[in-house]
Design a protein around this ligand. Structure first.
Ligand SMILES: Cc1ncc(COP(=O)(O)O)c(C=O)c1O
Length: 398
């Protein structure tokens, strides 16, 4: 057992689930993690789809360091400051919602909390529809709309009232809209923790129409899919719809703790001053890191890289599927690809074998039967080839 794991067991809450029994690192750079064992690991987890610009990108590091020297914290409610406003201006240039207004918080769950509150507040209606198998976070509101794993909810009921978990069936959703007071429908365009399932295009189109017809707000949770992960700036662009509200976090600041909610001006305009807020939300250092992240994504053409190399990786994985019966399905968009192995035990054994050979992969899906490929968006073709060799080696041992 590593020294860190020994100390972890003595002082850290057992509530934390670990992907690996004993994996510890001391630093990271680009697409690599430096293990405490002295080994270098190729990181295809990106800290759960977060470090889009790679680990410790020099531009992001420099921006954060510069900001730390000027202003660490004041709270936007106390005094306006440049990075909060600048980030909002820069974000608007890439958002799929024209003329959006933004609110910053600290995490994906907090963004979801804010989005649910905004939907209720703006429509003056209590009901929320969420989709079966979705993951929106662990705080009580976000958990109320989460069903990707039922163990997330076990022991915490009752959760929020007036939350309706619907199947991917527009008739059922229309039935709910007719009979309940629905403020909004929250959906992940690609189910993340639910197993990297791309929601069908007609379903999202139909959902947009139903929301318009019944005066409900369409909330896209782009916490995992945002910032180039799916080969577009945001997954909404794949589906030809404009959400009313959108949540973001993860990739927004390359690992600094920031979440965001964007919404159409006519929706945001209904949120009265003081109806929501946060001490740390939109902290100057995190905003500076996010501004730098957006600049790097543009300068290094990371959205294009995600589309191009994501297509390459997916094709190669589909080739492996033809060779190895263990692979049931390969799915996803851009550099957000899931390989469904149909069995959590197989997933675990592949992950352990890949780690031994220097590749970090993590699982997903309700029962952990999917391996996800989510490298930093700066990944090179040679690194993808290296990962594929290690992955195939593990498959060949099954
Ligand atoms: C789609 C989605 N929404 C919300 C969250 C919650 O984000 P956080 O863990 O930052 O609270 C996640 C995290 O995985 C997510 O994937």
């Amino acid at each position: 057992m590593s020294k860190l794991k020994e100390r972890f067991k003595k002082v850290v809450s057992p509530v934390l689930g670990l992907y690996y029994d004993d994996f510890a690192i001391k630093s990271a750079k680009g697409c690599y993690l430096n293990g405490v064992d002295g080994k270098k690991y190729l990181d295809f987890s990106s800290g759960i789809a977060t470090c889009v610009t790679g680990h410790c990108h020099p531009t992001v590091v420099a921006a954060a360091q510069k900001q730390i020297k000027n202003l660490i914290h004041i709270c936007i409610g106390v005094a306006l400051y440049e990075p909060y406003i600048k980030l909002s201006e820069e974000l608007r240039k890439v958002l799929p919602i024209p003329d959006a207004l933004n609110f910053f918080c600290q995490s994906g769950s907090e963004a979801v909390e804010a989005a649910l509150k905004l939907a209720k507040y703006a429509t003056k209606k209590p009901g929320i529809i969420a989709l079966q198998g979705a993951f929106h976070g662990r705080t009580l509101g976000a958990l109320s709309v989460t069903t990707s794993k039922m163990k997330y909810r076990d022991g915490y009921e009752p959760l929020l009232p007036e939350v309706y978990i619907a199947p991917f069936d527009l008739n059922v959703i229309e039935g709910l809209m007719k009979t309940k007071q629905i403020a909004g429908v929250i959906i992940e365009p690609v189910l993340g923790e639910g197993g990297y399932i791309v929601v069908p295009y007609p379903f999202i189109q139909g959902l947009r129409k139903l929301c318009d017809q019944y005066g409900a707000l369409l909330i896209f949770d782009e916490v995992q899919t945002g910032f180039g992960r799916t080969g577009k700036w945001f997954a909404a662009e794949h589906f030809g719809v404009i959400p009313d509200i959108m949540t973001m976090a993860k990739g927004i600041a390359s690992g600094f703790t920031l979440g965001a909610v964007a919404a159409k001006r006519k929706v945001m305009d209904k949120w009265s001053p003081g109806a929501h807020g946060s001490t740390f939300g939109g902290n100057p250092v995190n905003c500076a890191a996010a501004i730098a992240t957006l600049a790097v994504i543009k300068k290094e053409k990371l959205v294009q890289n995600s589309a191009k190399l994501g297509g390459y990786l997916k094709k190669k994985l589909i080739d492996l599927q033809k060779k190895y019966a263990a692979i049931k399905e390969v799915r996803g968009l851009g550099l957000m690809i899931g390989v469904d192995l149909g069995d959590p035990a197989i997933v675990k054994s592949i992950m352990v074998d890949c780690l031994k050979n220097g590749l970090v992969l993590i699982s997903t899906g309700g029962d952990g039967k999917v391996i996800r490929f989510i490298p930093p968006l700066i990944v090179k073709k040679a690194q993808i080839d290296q990962a594929l060799v290690i992955f195939e080696k593990a498959l060949s041992k099954l």
